[in-house]
Design a protein around this ligand. Structure first.
Ligand code: GUN
Length: 291
């Protein structure tokens, strides 16, 4: 079994981005610039955003953090989005989710100019993805593709089972794995909460991408010997032996499934660390005006 080291690959990607930024600046390009809108004081969102800002620094990007109180109105947010759309110095930006309940996330996402939507959430970018046009692939799917590519995991002609059909992971992942591309050319089965006999599908899978959000959901009896396992889950489970009172586990029952897998991503340290590298890569794509 080979453990897929997302932390290592993420750092590798970030070093490559840093080298490219230096080269681009040397030939006269401006510093790539990512902005982030953060609403309210949700601790998890604050942590995510500060990691994103710190990562920008590490690779030589400029970053701008725009903060609002959780009582901000849609109108004020839309005005800021308009301003960021028109600011030529900002190559791309994200609106950290979730937003407070009184704000429509969809309305905000649709207000972002698609060329600056480095999260890849705008319907135009989702459409471009489906049509094989230049676009921003959202952070988690992009990270998974990078992991499969960098570990040289064969996908051509394989049977890939994606579990979970979210807009952010399962659905785009199923499209990407079926594309006629180097990482792709799979026969894809997309399973979800209404799938009958899930185990029949997973037992036939060469590659399983688990994105359900249920701790330790995928067990060894559901997995074929030698399967490739990508675990997208990040679930908190109580653990009183730890001072913080919880530990993070994936959607895959790691100890038992790793005994059958040919490759497997751990949680933490697998898919999670890749998301920041993906966002930086998308920002570089934006700065180079490739979308
Ligand atoms: N909240 C959790 N994950 C994400 C993400 O990838 N992008 C944004 N904008 N918000 C998030």
């Amino acid at each position: 079994m080979i453990l897929i080291d997302g932390k290592k690959i993420s750092l590798e990607l970030q070093s490559e981005i840093a080298v490219e930024v230096k080269e681009l600046i040397a030939i006269g390009m401006k510093q790539p610039h990512l902005a982030a809108i953060l609403v309210g004081d949700d601790p998890a969102s604050q942590t995510y955003v500060s990691s994103k800002v710190k990562a920008c620094d590490n690779v030589g990007f400029k970053s701008t953090l725009v903060r609002f109180e959780s009582s901000v109105t849609e109108q004020t947010l839309l005005a800021k989005i308009e301003e960021l759309n028109n600011n030529d110095d900002i190559d791309g930006y994200i609106i950290q989710l979730p937003l407070p309940r009184h704000i429509s996330e969809q309305k905000m996402i649709e207000a972002i100019h698609p060329n600056k939507d480095v999260d890849g959430f705008h319907p135009v970018n989702v459409g471009r993805l489906v049509l094989n046009l230049p676009t921003y692939i959202s952070a988690t799917p992009f990270g998974i593709i990078q992991l499969l590519e960098r570990y040289d995991i064969p996908t051509d002609g394989k049977h890939c089972v994606v579990i979970g059909r979210s807009n952010i992971v399962g659905s785009p992942m199923s499209i990407l794995m079926s594309k006629n591309t180097t990482v792709g050319n799979c026969t894809v089965t997309l399973c979800h909460s209404h799938t009958k006999n899930l185990k029949e599908h997973t037992l036939n899978a060469d590659i399983i991408i688990a994105a359900i959000g249920k701790p330790n959901f995928l067990t060894a009896d559901m997995v074929k010997q030698g399967a490739v396992i990508i675990d997208v889950g990040i679930n908190r489970v109580d653990d009183t032996s730890l001072t913080k009172g919880f530990k993070l586990v994936g959607d895959v029952s790691f100890a038992e499934v790793s005994e059958k897998a040919s490759y497997i991503t751990p949680v933490p340290g697998g898919v999670g660390p890749m998301t920041i590298a993906s966002l930086l890569k998308n920002t570089l794509i934006a700065a180079k005006k490739l979308v």
